[in-house]
Each structure stands twice: as structure tokens, then as C-alpha cells.
Design a protein around this ligand. Structure first.
Ligand SMILES: C[S@@+](CC[C@H](N)C(=O)[O-])C[C@H]1O[C@@H](n2cnc3c(N)ncnc32)[C@H](O)[C@@H]1O
Length: 221
């Protein structure tokens, strides 16, 4: 799906609109409830868990978008944190967000999640918030993110999923026709994709059309 990739790489409207909404929790709350039937406060709570990571933890945040996950970070936390995205516009927004929050230790990288340019097994944690449904090939993306993990490392994130309900499926279809969503995954497909990528201990939770998931790379890998 080259058009989808290009759309996210160069699109301004979808990038600005999405990021504006997600940065305003009350707007995201209303849209999340109306469109996806989900309570987005759980999304922000999940992000808030990042504040508990000990200094020195290596984190890959992809797609970082405009830096929504930075709200979970503390300026004095000193993580090895790479925020990556395909879109230069999103990366500009993310840089500005990090500066606004006084966080100086984030590195930024333009990268395609389906062909990650970082070395294997370099990260303790890979976070991927609301990205999988936007990618041309979510299974390849999951395999790539799994490749980035150190033994015992964790992949965690959220994704819009298919077959969550008639209304949600209609919106997924609309977004696919509009060229901003890819093929996406059902909850089952998400679970099997995590297993196929060699990850263990998968936990998934569905809230309306949004799934929360986490899985680990085996310790000895
Ligand atoms: C719905 S936004 C989510 C961004 C952020 N994680 C958030 O929750 O606000 C989807 C993001 O995926 C990025 N993206 C789309 N395709 C990508 C790809 N193949 N590789 C990396 N990033 C991609 C877009 O540029 C956009 O920032």
C-alpha cells in the first residue's frame, strides 16, 4: 500500500487534525466515545505509566506522532528514548512538544516502522500507540518492533481493531476508503501476530474499538 505510506509521510491535514485532537484530552474523550465507543482516559493512564521507568531504560516510541506519549515522561527521567515517525511534520510537532515539556534527552528519527533502521535488540521497551491500523502491513510492523527488543523487552501499545462493532467497523471502512487506515487487525489477528513475531505473555484488552496490548521477547532470545 504505497499510497497509504505516502499519505502519512506527506499529509498535513490528517497529521495536524489527529495530533490536535489527541493532545486535547477532552476532545479525544468525546471523539473516542462517539466514534470508537471507548473511554480514552485509559489511554492517557497507560501513557502515564512511562513516568515509572527507571533512568537509563531504552525506549523506542513509534509512531511517536506529535509526541502524545511525552506527557508520561519526567524532564529529569533521563531515558535513552528514540521517538520515530514516518512524517517529518509529526516529528516537528513532537520536537516542539518535547521542548514545551522541558525534556531535552529525546532523540528523533524519521523511520518507516516496516523497515526500522535501528540495530537489533537495542530497546527495553517499544511503545506503539494507535499506529498499527495506519500501517500498510501491521504484521511486518509487529515483527520489526519485536526485532528491536532486547531479550525480556516489552512491546506495548494500542490499536483500533476490526470487528469491534457495526459502528466501529463502518468508521474503519470510511478511514480505509479515505486512505488513512491500512488493512488493520482483528483482536485475534493482533494476538496471533504478536505470537508469530516470537513474543510471549501476550495481554490484550479491548475497550470498544480500541485494543490495549503488551507482549515480551523471551528472556534468552
Ligand atoms: C494515528 S497517528 C498516532 C500517533 C501517536 N502514536 C499518537 O497516539 O498520537 C499515526 C501515526 O503513524 C505514523 N505512520 C504512519 N505510517 C507509518 C509508517 N509506515 N512508519 C512509521 N510511522 C508511520 C503517522 O505519521 C502518524 O504519526
Amino acid at each position: 500500500m504505497p499510497d497509504l505510506r505516502e499519505r502519512w509521510r506527506t499529509g498535513r491535514l490528517e497529521a495536524n487534525a489527529y495530533d490536535w485532537a489527541v493532545e486535547h484530552e477532552h476532545v479525544a474523550g468525546v471523539l473516542g466515545r462517539l466514534i470508537w465507543g471507548t473511554d480514552t482516559s485509559a489511554f492517557y493512564r497507560d501513557i502515564a505509566r512511562l513516568s515509572a521507568l527507571p533512568p537509563g531504560t531504552s525506549v523506542l516510541d513509534i509512531p511517536c506522532g506529535g509526541g502524545v506519549a511525552f506527557r508520561g515522561l519526567r524532564p529529569n527521567q533521563e531515558l535513552h528514548y528514540i521517538a520515530a515517525d514516518l512524517s517529518p511534520l509529526m516529528l516537528r510537532r513532537a520536537r516542539a512538544e518535547a521542548a514545551r515539556r522541558g525534556i531535552s534527552w529525546i532523540e528523533f528519527a524519521e523511520a518507516d516502522v516496516e523497515a526500522l533502521p535501528f540495530k537489533d535488540s537495542g530497546f527495553d521497551l517499544c511503545i506503539t500507540y494507535t499506529g498499527l491500523h495506519c500501517f500498510p502491513d501491521p504484521q511486518t510492523a509487529i515483527r520489526e518492533m519485536a526485532r528491536m527488543l532486547k531479550p525480556g523487552g516489552e512491546l506495548r501499545g494500542t490499536s483500533v481493531i476490526k470487528r469491534a462493532g457495526i459502528r466501529q467497523d463502518a468508521f474503519v471502512r470510511l478511514m480505509q476508503i479515505g486512505g488513512v487506515f491500512g488493512p488493520g487487525l482483528t483482536l485475534r489477528e493482533l494476538e496471533s501476530s504478536l505470537a508469530d513475531a516470537g513474543l510471549l505473555g501476550t495481554r490484550t484488552e479491548r475497550d470498544g474499538g480500541l485494543a490495549y496490548f503488551s507482549a515480551h521477547k523471551p528472556p534468552g532470545d
